[in-house]
Design a protein. Structure first.
Length: 114
């Protein structure tokens, strides 16, 4: 996995930006259900549900375990998208670029929720 593609190359997910809300956003952007994320992270679906609903805090080591999986899955998706899509590297490698396919999905989802 290329560090260039990683959401967080440092692997430190203690910062507030790696919140439960952001976790849910990336899970949805990646097209994952709670059960799929739980399976990929090696935890129970009930644990994912508890974290996402606020019944359980997202603390270490669970936070890093889940975010590392999301990071890996995001990288895999970015690599697949880069091969299938002739977008410039700066678009594909930057999830916040307005032309990035993941950002477009996020914007569409946000418009539907309003």
């Amino acid at each position: 996995m290329s560090d260039q593609l990683r959401l967080n190359p440092s692997g430190d997910y203690s910062d507030a930006m790696w919140s439960v809300q952001r976790l849910v956003e990336f899970r949805v952007l990646l097209g994952l259900g709670r059960a799929e994320l739980a399976d990929a992270a090696g935890v129970s679906e009930a644990k994912i549900v508890a974290v996402e609903t606020g019944a359980k805090p997202l603390t270490e080591p669970l936070r890093s375990q889940i975010w590392n999986v999301i990071d890996r899955l995001f990288c895999e998706k970015a690599e697949r998208d880069a091969k299938a899509n002739p977008l410039p590297a700066e678009v594909v490698l930057n999830p916040l670029h307005p032309d990035n396919p993941l950002m477009k999905l996020f914007e569409q989802r946000s418009k539907k929720e309003k």
